[in-house]
Design a protein around this ligand. Structure first.
Ligand code: 13P
Length: 242
């Protein structure tokens, strides 16, 4: 399986941040290696221009969220079809920051993921427990419930990202054993061809160890995806696949 190394820029990046994409391409010697998939999810304002300018360099672009409907009276929202039209290949849905900041439920996430598939794109469906849930020994139960509620009934390809909420932006990561346990558990609930990403404080220093775990098929990277100097070594730390 090919690894997918995805950068989630969150609410960071103006037009000038294209210099980081250009720096990443330069580090790739002009084109991303074809034995791994490289994805950047910049703010929605930048998806169309980045996709138009850089998709020849084997970097893919994606959205960070979308509405479940195709169009309509939803001021400020964007549909999956709009991301497809802008040249996106993926849309992240159900990120814990959306679940927390916007009260998104598993049912909302499932509807959004279905909309992404209907638009011909691949959803990256995020799940993960809070610190309190892990301390209470409920990590697998929470992740299991989120998976059951958030993944649409489909034979299409989707991606699952396991992002423990307490590891996001904190510099903390679960132990390798804990990552392996959750990823094995998610694999037991999903098809073999579904890529499972780990996210939460992935850095150049820990990427190789995390990406070598069985059933970790890539990473969803926040802060360390903003700078090509950090993101490039993470991309290159993924094992070669086909
Ligand atoms: P950090 O890599 O900054 O911890 O963020 C992870 C994340 O939320 C990616 O979606």
């Amino acid at each position: 399986m090919k690894s997918l190394i995805a950068g989630n820029w969150k609410m960071n990046g103006l037009a000038a941040a294209k210099s980081e994409i250009e720096s990443l391409i330069a580090k790739f010697d002009g084109s991303a290696p074809d034995d791994r998939d490289v994805l950047i999810c910049p703010p929605a304002t930048l998806v169309a221009s980045f996709a138009a300018e850089y998709s020849d360099e084997a970097i893919q672009f994606g959205g960070q969220d979308c509405h479940a409907n195709t169009s309509g009276a939803h001021t400020g929202d964007l549909s999956a079809e709009m991301f497809a039209d802008a040249g996106a290949a993926f849309v992240i849905v159900g990120h814990s920051e959306r679940r927390a900041d916007h009260g998104e439920t598993d049912a909302d996430v499932k509807a959004k993921a279905a909309a992404v598939l209907a638009a011909g794109l691949t959803p990256i469906i995020c799940v993960g427990e809070t610190e309190g849930e892990r301390k209470a020994g409920k990590a697998l139960e929470i992740v299991g419930n989120q998976l059951a509620g958030s993944i649409p009934d489909t034979s299409d390809t989707y991606v699952v990202a396991y992002e423990p909420v307490w590891a996001i932006g904190t510099g903390l990561t679960p132990t390798i054993e804990d990552i392996a346990e959750v990823h094995d558990f998610i694999r037991s609930k999903t098809r073999d061809d579904i890529r499972l990403l780990y996210g939460g404080s992935v850095k150049p220093a820990n990427a190789q160890e995390i990406l070598a775990v069985t059933n970790v098929n890539g990473a969803l990277v926040g802060g360390a995806s903003l700078k090509a100097d950090d993101f490039h070594p993470i991309v290159m730390a993924a094992p070669s696949g086909s």
